[in-house]
Every structure is written in C-alpha cells, then in structure tokens.
Design a protein around this ligand. Structure first.
Ligand code: ATP
Length: 445
C-alpha cells in the first residue's frame, strides 16, 4: 500500500470515529491537545466491552488469577527500584533544519515538521547524535513543589502488581502458580506520539503477571503465549493479520529473559499490539533488596522459600480498540452508493441490536417499543423510527451494530420480527423469546 493510500484509509477511520461518536480529539473546542483523545458514546461503550472481555477471560472465568486496581501515583522509590528512572528511555534525535524532535528508532513513523509528507529519513534535514530521553511524567504531591515531593505518573501498571504480590497472596490464599491482573491508565511522555490512538501519552493497559516456580517458567511462558493468541481469535480479529515477533538479544528489555510481541498489520505496517515477557525474578528481587523485607514465597509442597518467576502479558487497551476498528472497517458499493460497514463482533459491539418499526403506523411502533423495552433489560440496544428502513440499516451498519430487528406487517399476525445480520444481510424471522436467546448466544456465548 502506498503512503498516500495509508493516510487515506486511516483518515477515513478517524473520520468515521468522529462522525459516529467513537473517538473525538481531546479538548477539541480549544483546538485539541496533541496525542490526547476522548472516547464518545459508542467508543466508551466499545472500550468498556473490550475491558470486560479481557477481564472475564483473564480473571473472572479463572480461579488462578486475582484482580487488583492499584493507585496511579506510587511511592517514587518504586520507579528508582524498577529501573525506570534510569532506564525507561527512548533514543531521541533533533533535526537541525525543522527543529523537530524524533524517536530515533521509529523515524519511519515520524513526519518532518516542514515537509509533513516526508519522514525525517527522507526530507534531507540533518539529524543530531542520538541521546536518551526519559519517558516518565513527573508531578508534585501536596501543596509544595520541590524535589522532596516529586512523584511519577506510572508508565506501566505492572509495578502496582509487584508491590502487592504478598498482599494478594496472603489475602486470597492463592498458591503458585497464580496470577494478578489489572486494567488501568499509564502515562508515557512519548517523543513522537502517532497514528491516532495507536501511540499516545495517556493510555490504558491490560496487564497480567503470573507467578511461577523458576524451573517452570518456560512451560508457563508457552502457555500464556497460546492463551493470548486464542484470546484475539475469540475477539474476532482476522488472524491472518496477526503474527509473532520474537525479541532478539539486542531488543530485550533490561528485565526480560524472553519476549514475544503479538503484532498486527495496521494500515501503517506491522506493529506491536501486546507483549508476552518472561521477567524472571528481576522485579521482586529488586523490590526485596530495596525495602529490605523478605518478599519470598514459602512453598508448602516443596518446603522451600524463593522468589517466583513472573510471566507477564501486557496489552494496550486503546491499541486493541484501534485494532478492532481497523479490522472491522469495510466499504462496499451498493446500488452505486458507497457504504461503510463496521464489522465488530457482537461480543464487543457497543450496540447489540437496533429495533426498527417498518412504518410509524398500524401498531408497529407500539410493538417495537415493547420489544425494545424487553431487550434493554439485558443488552445495549437502540430504537430508531426515523427515515426509510434502508437508511436506518445503513446508519446501524456504520455504527457497528450487528443486528437490526424490524417489526413489520407480519409481526402483528404471528409475533415474529425479521432479524437482519449486518455481515450476511440475511434476514431470519424470530419471536421475542427466540431473539433474546439468539442475542444471548451471539453476545455472551
Ligand atoms: P513501543 O515499542 O510501541 O513503544 P513498548 O514495547 O514500549 O511499545 P510495552 O512497554 O511492552 O510497550 O507496553 C505494553 C503494551 O502497552 C504495548 O504492547 C501497547 O499495546 C501498549 N502501549 C505501550 N505504549 C503505548 C502508547 N504510547 N500508546 C498506546 N499504547 C501503548
């Protein structure tokens, strides 16, 4: 795909997001704030469904993983201990011509400030030597702003899990192997945020840390790679657009023994979606040394005390949401008209069904309102009576709604409605009870 086509497809997705209320530029009436985005009504619903889908798979439906919700602000020493203060850097270069600052290892993602159609590799500007830039945001706690009360906005959710390892183990009485999961905001002062919600400075992570016997780390590493792969399949992502990328020795983070990324083929190329890491006992060892308290786990079965190894699965919520949108976006020409379809899985789609009386008379609206009221108790549904039914279908297709339920003349005779499938456009007649069971299977099955 050429650079121009890439821009056009992403532009069309961004424009759909704005038009349908998925994602808006943050503080738009003030001109927006670079790299910050707000989720609108459909976006907020999609994000909530996505997080629930992750939480259910990783926590609620398992008995070996507990959830936590740790504070964003942590003791500043945590970030010294973890190595983030000294090592959480990205390489940065300046352009002597346009004065832009760019991430040196992602120059192909950056745009020259003078010639936005070109990357800093193509524009001919001279770049400075590479230097390291720390990505953590700092702020001050309390009414005095000086070095003594400096704190960091967490750049990852993982540390909130490590410092609570013993709290969770003791309160939940879990035994190794077990995991701790968390969904929450993280902040990174990215040098070059880019590609809509792909790389932003404020984002949400969905992370799980699994504590294992050190001699079983490789087995669990493989297990979690497999689980995470299957999760994307269940989410309805086109698996041909996913691949594994193994980190070579030069790419491995300072804490990792092994790391694989799950990558997705975005319109702007293959990029990381999630990382699965074997972090060994690096984090717990560092924290134990720093706090000088025994954080070791006593294993009843083996009668020994040790620090477990940690297998981490680290996914970006906003990045997964972008993946869903990109993967679901489709255009078709129908009767000479370009139509947009957002083919989101019913499991995460913001609106599960739209209820549409065919016409505004003959008792159809009354019947439809009753169906709507019944469905509303269990699912997020939408009622639309305005305009020709074809137009209403088109609006729902674009909004990502998988089913349109139409109340027509026959409904009043036999209590059945047509249920139109967004993707096949096939229509099946069902009663309200059948529709309820059908949606339950599609949404929760
Ligand atoms: P990258 O190389 O893209 O900067 P990373 O390797 O630093 O990413 P991790 O630290 O492994 O990323 O973070 C785990 C996950 O968090 C990523 O796979 C991604 O989904 C998400 N993530 C990381 N940084 C950002 C960001 N700036 N904006 C949105 N999501 C992010």
């Amino acid at each position: 795909m050429s650079a121009k086509q890439v821009e056009t497809l992403m532009d069309r997705i961004v424009s759909l997001c704005k038009r349908r209320g998925y994602v808006f530029p943050s503080s738009e009436i003030y001109g927006g704030l670079s790299s910050c985005w707000d989720y609108g009504p459909l976006g907020a619903e999609l994000k909530r469904n996505l997080k629930t889908f992750w939480w259910n798979a990783m926590t609620s439906r398992r008995d070996d993983v507990e959830g936590v919700d740790a504070a964003i602000l942590m003791h500043p020493q945590v970030w010294h201990t973890s190595g983030h203060v000294t090592e959480f850097n990205d390489p940065m270069v300046d352009c002597k011509t346009c004065k832009g600052r760019f991430r040196a290892d992602k120059l192909e993602e950056c745009r020259c400030l003078n010639k936005p159609s070109k990357t800093p590799l193509e524009c001919g500007g001279e770049l400075t030597e590479v230097r390291q830039f720390n990505l953590m945001f700092k702020t001050h706690m309390g009414p005095v702003a000086d070095d003594s009360n400096e704190v960091f906005l967490r750049p990852e959710t993982a540390q909130g899990i490590y410092v609570n390892f013993l709290n969770v183990k003791n309160s939940s009485r879990q035994k190794i192997p077990f995991g701790i999961a968390q969904i929450g905001k993280a902040f990174r002062n990215e040098i070059t945020p880019s590609n809509f919600i792909f790389r932003t400075r404020e984002f949400e992570q969905m992370e799980m840390q699994y504590f294992v016997y050190p001699d079983e780390d490789e087995k669990w590493f493989e297990y979690w790679r497999q689980e995470r792969w299957e999760w994307y399949k269940a989410l309805g992502i086109n698996m041909e657009k996913l691949r594994w990328h193994e980190h070579g020795k030069d790419e491995l983070a300072h804490y990792a023994k092994a790391a694989y990324d799950i990558e997705y083929e975005y319109p702007f190329g293959w990029q990381e979606l999630e990382g699965v890491h074997n972090r060994t006992d690096f984090d717990l060892t560092r924290h134990m040394d720093a706090v000088k308290k025994d954080l070791r786990y006593f294993d009843e079965a083996r009668k020994e005390k040790f620090l477990p190894y940690i297998i981490e699965t680290s996914a970006g919520c906003d990045r997964t949401l972008l993946t869903l949108l990109v993967d679901a976006y489709d255009e078709m020409e129908i009767k000479g008209e370009k139509r947009v379809f957002l083919r989101l899985s019913p499991k995460v789609a913001p609106i599960k069904a739209a209820v549409l009386p065919l016409v505004k008379k003959d008792g159809m609206p009354e019947f439809a309102e009753k169906v709507f009221a019944d469905l509303k108790k269990r699912f997020k549904v939408f009622y639309d009576v305005a305009g020709a039914v074809g137009r209403r279908y088109a609006r729902m297709d674009e909004a990502g709604c998988p089913y349109c339920v139409t109340v027509d003349g026959q409904t009043l005779e036999d209590n059945t409605m047509t249920v139109r499938d967004r993707d096949t456009m096939e229509q099946t007649r069902m009663t309200t009870a059948e529709l309820m069971a059908f949606l339950d299977e599609k949404v929760n099955g």
